[in-house]
Design a protein. Structure first.
Length: 181
């Protein structure tokens, strides 16, 4: 359910684009993100900081797209989000000497500091590359190809990266079964 909720605005953006074009799709994405945030706040009483940032970015870039009637702004939106997330991890590591992934996920899994460090740098690099890749597709291919990449390419690369992370983390995860040595 959480995964669907996270991708709800992207899926609606894709469907709206296919039926009504980029400007309707942009308005739908803004509205869907507002609904998503409203649902999360109503259901859980709080919204994660990254979700607030995502809302701000879609309203800013989507609003600029609608006001200027220029799709360049919406094409920059995924890159802005990727770079904000990667930048936050980078600043956490270098400036505050704090591993933000460990802060966010440390209660769910126990890992050695080196594994947390590798994971944080991996995600930082992944977000940097995804931002560049989004811009490359957005400005070297037609709009339809970019929208397809935004949903299928971005999601596919994220799934592959998460599988790679899971394989890396597998050696650190304890099964907790009796008789394990």
């Amino acid at each position: 359910m959480k995964l669907f909720l996270d991708f709800f605005p992207i899926i609606l953006f894709f469907v709206a684009f296919k039926f009504a074009g980029i400007y309707v799709a942009t308005a739908v994405a803004i509205a869907a993100t507002l609904v998503q945030i409203g649902y999360l706040y109503t259901r859980h009483g709080k919204v994660e900081p990254m979700q607030w940032i995502s809302l701000g970015v879609i309203v800013l870039f989507g609003g600029a797209t609608l006001i200027s009637h220029n799709d360049t702004f919406i094409k920059w939106k995924p890159t802005a989000l990727y770079w904000i997330m990667g930048g936050a991890l980078l600043v956490g590591q270098l400036v505050f000497k704090k591993n933000l992934l460990k802060s966010l996920m440390g209660a769910q899994m126990e890992l050695p500091d080196n594994a947390w460090r590798v994971m944080s740098w991996s995600w930082t690099g992944f977000f940097a590359v995804m931002g560049v890749l989004n811009l490359w597709v957005a400005f070297h291919y037609d709009l339809n190809t970019w929208v397809n990449f935004k949903l299928f390419g971005g999601l596919g690369l994220m799934v592959l990266f998460v599988i790679g992370q899971a394989l890396f983390l597998g050696k650190y995860i304890k099964t907790g079964e009796a008789g394990d040595s």
